[in-house]
Design a protein around this ligand. Structure first.
Ligand code: CP
Length: 310
């Protein structure tokens, strides 16, 4: 079995079903250990460089929290205009320099492929925290962890993905991962924001059945998990097009009356208005726990890539 030590985490496609199971097992172990203080020194003396070229709350802070809880420390910039990138330094040189100062690099960048490119320039593992509309693999691991926690397993589930399936990188990574576990997918979006053809082909090639819908009501009482996602305003070339679809799907408490008892509502957050705040207290709403799960999962990913656990 391939070791995780020194491995980059760039795309969910680089991971087998067995890899995913091992990452989830490590995340559960580290969460349990963390509760009794047992993971406190795993990464003592190690340094994480948190490079966010796009805004973030959850990913950036949960990586920083994960590293500090394992005894390591974090380098980051609050504003990239305070770095030499502002003077025209290339991404390649920036990564070469930071890989000399740190043991692991986490990068979020607006351009698709930037994390892969960074991994090619780095002498330390690079973890993709989101590259444009492409991939967000560490989010996928915490999404799967949340599904496993709430459903007890991640196989043979019916999962709906609702919203901007064209530009939403979280759903691109998650759809692929779920297709490895025999889940069926219900893809709910406006016609102009459908899941890209290449992702649908990949999930179909993995033997996964998927259905496309335009109304949430068609799937609400049938699925185990509904994964809502934000319409990605920043990825639209034409803001008029964004205005047309921005309120396409809004989930309210009233709509959850007939859902299955095990039904959970997930969202990678931030939400704008996709989920009404009256849903927050519903036992089906797990999106705040989902964000919190980012810490043990990212602890596990850091510990695995730095060889502190197997
Ligand atoms: N889910 C997620 O990626 O959130 P942030 O953009 O706040 O990191």
């Amino acid at each position: 079995m391939k070791s995780f030590k020194k491995r980059h985490i760039i795309s969910i496609h680089d991971f087998t079903k067995e890899d995913i199971i091992r990452i989830l097992e490590a995340s559960f172990r580290i969460e349990k250990q963390g509760k009794v203080g047992g993971a406190r020194n795993l990464l003592r003396g190690k340094v994480l460089a948190n490079l966010f070229f796009e805004p973030s709350t959850r990913t950036m802070f949960s990586f920083a929290t994960a590293m500090e809880k394992l005894g390591g420390s974090v380098l980051s910039f609050a504003d990239m205009t305070a770095t030499s990138i502002k003077k025209g330094e290339s991404l390649k040189d920036t990564i070469k320099i930071l890989s000399g100062y740190s043991d692991v690099i986490v990068i979020r960048h607006p351009e698709e492929g930037a994390a892969r490119y960074a991994s090619e320039c780095s002498s330390v593992p690079v973890l993709n925290a989101g590259d444009g509309a492409n991939q967000h693999p560490t989010q996928t691991f915490l999404d799967l962890f949340t599904i496993k926690k709430t459903q007890r397993h991640i196989t043979d589930l019916r999962v709906a993905m609702v919203g901007d399936l064209k530009y939403g990188r979280t759903v691109h990574s998650l759809a692929y991962a779920l297709s490895l576990f025999n889940c069926s997918l219900h893809l709910v979006s406006p016609p102009e924001l459908r899941m890209p053809e290449e992702i649908k082909k990949m999930v179909a090639d993995n033997g996964c059945t998927f259905f496309e819908h335009e109304k949430i009501e068609d799937v609400l009482d049938k699925v185990d998990v509904l994964y809502s996602c934000r319409i990605q305003k920043e990825r639209f070339f034409d803001q008029i097009e964004y205005e047309k679809v921005k309120n396409a799907f809004i989930i309210t408490k009233n709509m959850l009356k007939n859902v299955k008892p095990n039904f959970v509502l997930m969202h990678p957050l931030p939400r704008i208005n996709e989920i009404s705040t009256d849903v927050d207290k519903s036992p089906h709403a797990v999106y705040f726990d989902q964000a919190k799960n980012g810490v043990p999962v990212r602890q596990a990913l850091l510990a695995l890539t730095l060889g502190a656990i197997k």
